[in-house]
Design a binder for this molecule. Structure first.
Ligand SMILES: CC(C)(COP(=O)(O)OP(=O)(O)OC[C@H]1O[C@@H](n2cnc3c(N)ncnc32)[C@H](O)[C@@H]1OP(=O)(O)O)[C@@H](O)C(=O)NCCC(=O)NCCS
Length: 375
């Protein structure tokens, strides 16, 4: 009997798109026709955001204006800062972003502006939302969310640490955001499109996407991957534990992919940053442990690491708390979500699939007094 895929709707085309190709035949990704490798090496996150949201790469002056625009939109409205202060300090940062997004939708509803304005505002404020909440609850500080950094990567790292980031950190973070910015009809993007197809507001669609991204089978895999590699100080121990886990049929987050068959094209790029940062911080074991687990998974199961696997150690070497890894995915993927919502809205039909019914056949209603069973 054929093995039932663990991925529902795998390989089923549920719509048309001109935003991105995620090709399992040659394991490639293109954003609006541009190869991911070229974008990650040569483009800033802001250029890629512009490409995804507006359809073409910006000219130098268009990029300057777009950066200025995002920078001018960074400050948090006072009621949103109050909401962030009211949330528990122990909340998961993904819940903070989901709530922050929903709260901004009450404070600055889409009906007061355009969809493009709302998205630029969310791109500009997400890093500040997370850092404001983090500093308020970890040391009772109300931070100034104006970092003076020109890039979003620099802005987040500066707000998180309270000082200008190391250039290698800024570059690695920027590239990771380019890699995370879009990925076709992934679960969270599909959720955003389904939500948008009801003609609801854009904050609702982005909030749905954040909730969908949170799980470990999707964006939460980067946090789960960190928990895995952090559990070992020695590659041999890691190998033994992974072999035991595979024998028990455990699933290791950060490995495998619903579309790619032999490799995730984003992996080589992020792995390079993980290795450079490992050397820069004088890491003695984490990168070696990661590599050993990668070798074991390939040798035993022909499984390759996906973007989340080495993104985890990349962020860890930058000193970013693990619980912030999936929120960083949100900072980037909002561009893909938004491009898909715009596309959905431009030619909308409500998405309402069918299902194969496997329940009871029609039967007569039994009044409550005649149902038998317990007293
Ligand atoms: C993405 C995912 C659901 C794809 O599952 P899939 O389509 O069943 O994958 P494959 O067909 O390649 O699986 C081949 C075999 O490897 C196993 N396998 C797949 N991913 C695995 C993983 N991460 N850890 C351990 N075993 C895994 C499958 O169970 C299957 O085993 P079997 O032949 O004994 O039944 C799966 O790889 C997964 O859950 N990965 C972890 C979550 C993750 O990292 N998500 C982020 C993706 S971007």
């Amino acid at each position: 009997m054929a093995r039932k895929s663990k991925v529902a709707l795998s390989g089923v085309a549920v719509g048309e798109t001109s935003i991105c190709t995620v090709n399992g035949d040659n394991d490639s990704i293109h954003y609006r026709g541009y190869a991911i490798e070229d974008l990650a090496e040569h483009a800033s996150f802001e250029e890629v955001a512009y490409l995804l949201l507006r359809g073409e790469l910006p000219t130098a002056s268009q990029l300057d204006s777009y950066r200025d625009r995002l920078n001018a939109l960074r400050s948090l409205p006072a009621p949103l800062a109050t909401v962030l202060e009211q949330l528990p300090g122990e909340s998961h940062p993904m819940d903070v972003l989901r709530t922050g997004c929903a709260a901004l939708g009450c404070i600055e509803p889409e009906s007061d502006s355009s969809q493009e304005d709302v998205i630029d505002r969310l791109i500009a404020t997400f890093p500040a939302m997370l850092c404001y909440w983090h500093h308020f609850h970890s040391h009772n500080a109300r931070i100034d969310t104006d970092s003076g950094e020109t890039s979003l990567a620099g802005h987040f790292l500066h707000l998180l640490r309270g000082q200008a980031p190391d250039p290698l950190h800024r570059d690695a973070f920027n590239s990771s955001m380019v890699l995370y910015a879009e990925h076709g009809f992934a679960a969270s993007t599909f959720a955003a499109r389904v939500c948008a197809s009801t003609l609801t507001d854009i904050y609702s669609a982005i909030t749905s996407a954040i909730g969908t991204l949170r799980g470990p089978l999707h964006g939460g895999a980067n946090e789960a991957a960190m928990e895995l590699i952090e559990g070992f100080t020695d590659p041999d121990d890691a190998e033994r534990a992974v072999l035991d886990g595979l024998a028990r049929k455990d699933v290791f987050m950060g490995f495998g992919h619903p579309v790619y068959r032999t490799r995730d094209p984003r992996n080589q790029i992020i792995k390079g940053y993980s290795q450079s940062l490992s050397q820069a911080v004088g890491d003695t074991h984490l990168f070696a442990v990661s590599q050993r687990i990668e070798q074991v998974m390939m040798r035993e199961k022909k499984l390759f690491p996906n973007l989340d696997y080495y993104a985890a150690s990349t962020y860890h070497f930058m000193g970013i708390p693990t619980a912030m890894f999936t929120p960083i995915f949100v900072f980037a993927r909002i561009c893909g979500w938004a491009a898909h919502i715009f596309e959905q809205r431009a030619d909308n039909r409500i998405i309402r699939p069918g299902s194969d019914y496997i329940g009871p056949q029609p039967r007569p209603f039994v009044p409550i007094g005649q149902r038998g069973g317990g007293a």
